[in-house]
Write a protein that binds this ligand. Structure first.
Ligand SMILES: C[S@@+](CC[C@H](N)C(=O)[O-])C[C@H]1O[C@@H](n2cnc3c(N)ncnc32)[C@H](O)[C@@H]1O
Length: 227
């Protein structure tokens, strides 16, 4: 179980980008599952938290996002000086089609997709999976899992963080449903890390309407391996 009550604000990190992850998450994953000089992929790069950590930790990295705004924010966040030999590339595109990348190029995938449509990241960008409800979202995640498997080197790891959601008062186990997409694409499951959720902007809203159910207060980090 991981818990980072203080979200971390070193380098250019801040909590400004909606739904971004604490830099402690990619930092710990990168340190555990990659080496200096490795190539890391975050195909839902958002504000670039993973890439900032890759740069600080001397790893090379590729970030992909469907939204050009996210790419611009990442560029800005990566604009700092540090003694590092990292090569960093950003691409505006979809995680479900990484055809610009050859097979088995990546040493570690470290990523954080939307949780279906609980935060909508755009007004209508085609292939933005944050606009899809659960079933369509999971269909698209099958393509994401297939592409992740293709670009990852054998024996290497793929870490994905996601949370569950509520619909009509019931829990939708989105995390486990997404996990199944990765297993069906050929990955084996090495770890399930429970991450305690802190500083969630919608907690107050849920508190005021959640008389009859408990708050969801954790996310999952699934660590998969390509055999
Ligand atoms: C949870 S956020 C990632 C936040 C990131 N970990 C950070 O710290 O800033 C999910 C991102 O996925 C992007 N996204 C949605 N659909 C996508 C797709 N098909 N391919 C790539 N990125 C996509 C959204 O634009 C959003 O930036």
């Amino acid at each position: 179980m991981w818990s980072f009550p203080d979200r971390g604000n070193w380098a250019t990190h801040s909590g400004e980008y909606r739904g971004n992850w604490s830099p402690y998450v990619p930092r710990n994953l990168i340190l555990k599952y990659s080496q200096q000089g490795d190539w890391i992929l975050d195909q839902f790069v958002g504000s670039g938290t993973t890439l900032v950590e890759a740069k600080l930790l001397n790893r090379n990295a590729i970030g992909v996002d469907i939204n050009q705004r996210a790419i611009s924010i990442s560029e800005k966040n990566l604009n700092f000086q540090v003694d590092s030999h990292s090569k960093i590339f950003l691409k505006n595109g979809s995680a479900s089609d990484l055809s610009f990348m050859k097979d088995e190029k990546i040493d570690f995938i470290c990523t954080h997709p939307p949780y279906a449509n609980i935060i909508r990241y755009s007004e209508g960008i085609e292939k933005d999976i944050s606009l899809l409800d659960v079933n369509d979202f999971l269909e698209e995640m099958k393509n994401v899992a297939r592409e992740s498997y293709r670009v990852l080197k054998k024996t290497k790891k793929c870490a994905v963080m996601i949370g569950d959601i509520r619909r009509h008062g019931n829990v939708v186990p989105l995390g486990f449903k997404m996990m199944q997409c990765f297993i069906e694409s050929g990955f084996s499951l090495k770890e399930i890390i429970i991450k305690e959720q802190h500083n969630c902007r919608s907690t107050n809203k849920w508190k005021s309407i959640s008389k009859s159910f408990l708050l969801l207060a954790h996310e999952y980090i699934f660590v998969f391996e390509k055999k």
